[in-house]
Design a protein around this ligand. Structure first.
Ligand SMILES: [Fe+2]
Length: 196
């Protein structure tokens, strides 16, 4: 048996999220608070140290650290290999706070410019690219179109979702060159315990 122990900052993060969910009724307000809390979590040295042994999530996987039985929010981890190319997608109706814990990544945001009248067709324009170094947290509203790109080294991110999407509802997937849009299952969630 290992002598792995819970990480205090992670336990506190869950407690503080539960408080925010109880105090704030609007999901946008809850997730803005969640973004601030995640900004603290991704600066925690014990979390960063623990993440060095987390397995790669290549092949459209997410580590599932916690899904709250009462509040419904979900906390995922993503471990990207160097230079990983991310595909363009949305997270359906869920809010997402995306925090870089180790390494660096960039977040590309896209604007949809077609009139949505043609089934399976979408035209996108690149709206912005934000460089995310360790400690940076982005808040992605429902149906916002984006792609997370890996950096030159292995990178690790912690994701707070207003609710788990994968396995519940389909999310949008876009091909910018082929101008296609389709709905797909989210990444496979693999239960994983956060310990130090
Ligand atoms: Fe995403």
């Amino acid at each position: 048996m290992s002598n792995a122990k819970p990480i205090p900052a992670f336990e506190q993060f869950i407690q503080d999220l539960r408080t925010a969910w109880a105090e704030l009724l609007d999901m946008e307000a809850r997730m803005k608070k969640g973004q601030q809390l995640l900004e603290q979590l991704v600066k925690d040295p014990a979390m960063r140290e623990a993440s060095k042994s987390w397995p790669s999530t290549e092949g459209r996987k997410n580590l599932l650290f916690h899904e709250d039985p009462e509040c419904g929010f979900a906390i995922n981890g993503v471990v990207r290999m160097p230079g990983r190319k991310g595909s363009i997608h949305d997270h359906a109706h869920a809010w997402t706070a995306y925090g870089v814990l180790d390494g660096s990544e960039s977040l590309e945001r896209f604007r949809r410019v077609d009139d949505r009248s043609k089934e399976g067709y979408a035209e996108l324009e690149l709206e912005s690219v934000t460089q995310g170094n360790a400690g940076k947290v982005d808040l992605v509203p429902p149906f916002d179109i984006h792609a997370e790109q890996g950096g030159p080294t292995r990178s690790v991110a912690i994701i707070l979702r207003s609710e788990r999407v994968a396995g519940k509802v389909l999310q949008g997937s876009y091909d910018r060159e082929k101008h296609t849009y389709r709905q797909i299952d989210g990444p496979v969630n693999i239960p994983y315990e956060v310990t130090g």
